[in-house]
Design a protein around this ligand. Structure first.
Ligand code: PBG
Length: 323
């Protein structure tokens, strides 16, 4: 197959032809929409660096979920913002925490919408780290019990999927054990198996106020130059009982998504994180890029790399275009 006999341009000539040879599809079925829950009533406060994304009280979240479901988006992931943060992340597993209340309210009205909860302590700790801190260190094993209790409280509230994002060793097993012991063997564990210590989380930390007061997350989140280690992390989580594995962030780590797709026959998710969203929004606002096209190209590239599911703040906008 060589030029001039073979001419690859032939099958690109018209949109109909391009549609026929297209290899990857993006569907609304692939999208998961992240939401930030606060206490109170009637609250809808936009996040500075994330135009179109809000902190919302439970009543507003329920309205928003109605819109999400109407657009055909199958799932949301909830992040909680507590009234009080403390050393032990007490609200993380409080049955009256913002996330627990939101899950109950959403499932009461929209039982078919899949509700995922982010399981982590950083939104709830006064120091902003993802675990219990002693002498400046984030302790691994004592944190596991708290994470498992947090996941259990989400399951009690009615969550379909719990998604641990803390990167402590052994947390998938700890959570799976606790859920099974308490009769929640049908609750799915979506593991943030490969989560990098990334600068792309900046706007999210503003959204939930979880910027660490001291240090950084490099002693528990992964080092960006590492890829082989990502395979080990994923294998461990699958062995411990993860039902779905995730790579995060998405765009700077498409190679990792592709390698996990090749290696593991598991459902694979990717998190198109806050910084990835903010950059597109900022570029579009400055008229430096076509925001809509960059969004769709980004999302299809994450699918092409091999992700089945994409957690993205673009979910509603993309769903409208895919409509
Ligand atoms: C909590 C968590 C983070 C994100 C999801 N879960 C932040 C972090 O690890 O600092 C980031 C999401 C985003 O940037 O959109 N551990």
């Amino acid at each position: 197959m060589q030029y001039p006999i073979y001419r690859p341009r032939r099958t690109r000539r018209t949109e109909t032809l391009r549609r026929m040879v297209r290899e990857t599809r993006l569907s609304v079925d692939n999208l998961i929409y992240p939401l930030f829950v606060v206490h109170g009533k009637g609250i809808k406060k936009e996040i500075g660096a994330m135009p179109g994304v809000y902190q919302m009280s439970v009543d507003e979240i329920v309205k928003e979920c109605g819109e999400v479901a109407d657009l055909g988006i199958p799932a949301v992931i909830l992040f909680g913002i507590p009234d009080v943060k403390d050393e032990m992340a007490s609200e993380a597993h409080d049955p009256h925490g913002s996330v627990q209340l939101a899950v109950g309210a959403i499932k009461g009205v929209l039982p078919d919408l899949v509700v995922i909860t982010d399981v982590c302590l950083c939104e709830y700790t006064s120091h902003g780290h993802c675990g219990i801190v002693q002498d400046g260190d984030v302790l691994n094993d004592p944190t596991l019990e708290l994470l498992a209790r947090t996941a259990l409280s989400h399951a009690h509230a009615g969550a379909d999927i719990v998604a641990p994002s803390d990167m402590m060793d052994g947390r998938i097993a700890a959570i799976r054990d606790m859920l099974d012991e308490e009769g929640f063997d049908q609750v799915i564990v979506l593991s943030y198996a490969v989560k990098y210590a990334s600068a792309f989380y900046g706007p999210f930390r503003e959204a939930v106020g979880s910027t660490p007061l001291f240090g950084d997350r490099k002693a528990y989140q992964m080092d960006p130059p590492n890829a082989v280690e990502a395979l080990r992390e994923a294998a461990l989580d699958i062995e411990e009982g993860a039902d779905i594995i995730m790579v995060k962030p998405a765009l700077p780590y498409l190679d990792i998504i592709a390698r996990l797709r090749d290696r593991f026959d598991m459902p694979l998710a990717a998190y198109n994180v806050s910084g990835e969203y903010s950059m597109v929004k900022a570029g579009a606002r400055l008229d430096w890029i076509d925001g809509e096209r960059v969004m769709m190209e980004s999302l299809i590239s994450i699918r092409r790399a091999g992700a089945n599911m994409i957690l993205t703040y673009f979910a509603k906008e993309a769903a409208r275009l895919l409509g």
